[in-house]
Write a protein that binds this ligand. Sequence first.
Ligand code: SF4
Length: 614
Amino acid sequence: MYKGGYAGKLLRINLTDRSSQEEELPEELVKNYLGGAGFAIKYLYDEVKPKTPALDPANKLIFAVGPLTASGAACASRMSVVAKSPLTGAVGMALSGGQFPAEMKMAGYDVMIIEGRAEKPTYVAIKDGQVRFRSAEKLSGMLTTDTQLIIKDELGDQNYRIACIGPAGEKLGPMACIVNERRAAGRKGLGAVMGSKNLKAIAIRGSNRPNVVDAEKFKKARQAMNQAMKDSPVLYPQFSKSGTPMVVDATSGMGIYPINNWTATGEIDMVKGLGDAAQAKMIVHKAHCHDCPVGCSQIKLVTSGPYAGYMSEGPEYETTYSLGSTLGIDYLPAVIAADRLCDEYGIDTMSAGVVIGFAMELYEKGIVTKKDTDGLELKFGNHGILLEMLRKITYREGIGDILSQGTRKAAEIIGKGSEDYAMHVKGLELPAYDVRGAKAHGLNYATAYTGADHNRGYAFQEIFDIPVPEQVDRMAIEGKGRLTKWNQDVRSVTCDCAPMCAFLLDMAVPGIACRNTADLVNAAAGTDFTPEDIEKIGERLNNLARLFNIGEGFTRKDDTFPKRLMTEAIKAGPSQGQLISQADLDAMLDEYYDARGWDKDGNPGEAKLKELGI
Ligand code: SF4
């Protein structure tokens, strides 16, 4: 069925017996799951038995790219990394851009499955089909930048692309991430899965771009996409210059930017120091992912004050919230320093920040005291404790050990009613949109297969007022079930399977996403997908992931929100008075399950599974 586009191979790496083997990429897999997250979740579902502990050698760590990776299509820079998550217990799927994904494709692989556990710290070096297992003993405990530099030196080739873990992954912290250059597969603790396998890094180098089957058709499809990007009033004029921090201004203006662990959303004055204008002053350099003409990444440097010398690629919108506003911190230099430290430790900026915000609220309420914090004053706004808290979480010291396990688990350990202040869904900490004022965005948090994850079904209709497929009222309940299904399915296939950068979907191509993906993939791979086939693949993926989670014991009761969102209204600003009651949630869930062909408990029905060929 496919004639090009794909590398056509899967690489299995077994760390237990230090072996590797190549397999042909199955045609059926391409037809039903397209690539990226589709491939990876299919292998997870087929090969990791229900209830396998996430840090057991039997869990698998799967890297997957798609037919557009390294094809020359704009912003097809992503890879999907998948395992059972140690943070949520559900499907753990994180995306990362940068250069590693394209290098993996050029090294000859669409999928890499990491199995077993190495006896000693190990890294794997892969070059055009040759796999070597190398000792990482001297890299143990090393930060991520140094790890990458030393591996490149050791391999004698500065062009290797490296995905690695830092100390947080080695300490098996369930919020640990995988870092490649200055990018991260950040969420759901996949760095801990890598650490549990005693795998410090994968270094990869390739020299073969896959062939494009029909160059003329591919050029035409690329032109259509490029034109949509040029026509976007936001993508080049604003996003290219400001990057994701521009969204701080947008959501603050809507009154949905969370502050002080979601107790002060709408208090716009509190985040003035974090907005686009403040961030722009700190930019010293810009960066691009592979084949990206947009280049939204900004390198920011602190040049004076207590954090002078810290530099980070970011902070992105989400990190500005998690290490800034939700901690009551609007001092950008502190956020930049904390962002950099998270990347060096290999810890997810979002989960790490939200769990600190949770601890701050407990401290202010007297549930946690100075006795528990080794004397640190965990007050909202106190940026002086931020770097030390990140260090404690990474190395699992004192209260850091409790918090390192994520907000859900920390609340269980601390008790005393602390769960009421724990901002997570299914164990994944909430992203930076107070969904009391954006209901479809919220329903996605409640139902996404990875937990509270803005990336699984971003409601750009509510956040950017884009009327595709229709105009919506962000406060309304009705219609949000159907909209969320559409958002999740289209995003899953175009951004997670093809895969292309999600910012294109949000800002440039929402109306033509499935058509354009079909055109690009067909021209590159010689396939014959229709736009309907493409959308169906997104639906199939969401159903398969749901089945995996059902096998882990997740039910309708897990499709929910933190208590605060359902019982406390937003107190100030343009979204004042908004909440999502239990009745609102039930109505949205009923509509969503119905749109999905699932029963009232959220189980995919037999007819739906048959229709999808699962
Ligand atoms: S728009 Fe930004 S995140 Fe997306 S591919 Fe380009 S640089 Fe990477």
